[in-house]
Design a protein around this ligand. Structure first.
Ligand code: HEC
Length: 139
């Protein structure tokens, strides 16, 4: 009987450890940045504003946020629901390039301010990013 009891409590411990380990891995995944495969990205229909936004984005943002906002080893994809307009409104997209952004969602480190970017360029970049997000079902 004693042996059985010991076995049961050991088993309970093992099960508990597995549950805790799963919880830790699970919470880690929520913050693990995923790079989106290029071929799975749906491109928005181009128009002059979107094209201009894309050009500016490719020069100023793509090194970190990836071509077509796919993400890279240096920054997150904007095709992640975290960047839904309800979570990160346009104000966040204006402030981040101007002032930089402290690392808080991911483990890439801080985003430095983007040198020499203008309000006009940012506005077009936002149009482009929102069009990409819309085409890919983020909103
Ligand atoms: C040198 C790399 C780098 C460049 C260039 C860069 N970013 Fe970022 N950006 C990052 C990183 C890293 C984060 C994630 C910070 C975090 O952990 O939340 C980020 C986060 C952001 C956020 C979210 C800020 C918030 O409030 O959470 C926005 C918006 C953003 N970037 C927009 C841009 C735009 C627009 C451009 C181009 C004009 C750009 N970034 C260029 C690295 C970069």
């Amino acid at each position: 009987m004693k042996v059985l009891h010991m076995l049961t409590s050991r088993l309970t411990l093992v099960v508990k450890s597995i549950i805790i380990a799963t919880a830790i891995v699970g919470s880690g995944q929520a913050h693990a940045a995923k790079t989106i495969e290029q071929k799975s990205i749906i491109l928005p229909k181009s128009d002059p504003d979107i094209n201009l936004g894309k050009m500016n984005y490719n020069v100023k943002c793509a090194t970190c946020h990836g071509i077509n906002a796919a993400g890279s080893a240096k920054g997150p994809s904007f095709l992640n629901r975290v960047y839904h307009p309800g979570h990160h409104g346009d104000a966040a997209f204006i402030n981040a390039p101007k002032q930089g952004a402290k690392a808080h969602h991911w483990t890439f480190g801080d985003m430095p301010p983007v040198e020499g970017i203008t309000d006009g360029q940012i506005a077009k970049i936002i149009t482009y990013i929102r069009a990409l997000q819309k085409a890919n079902g983020i909103f």
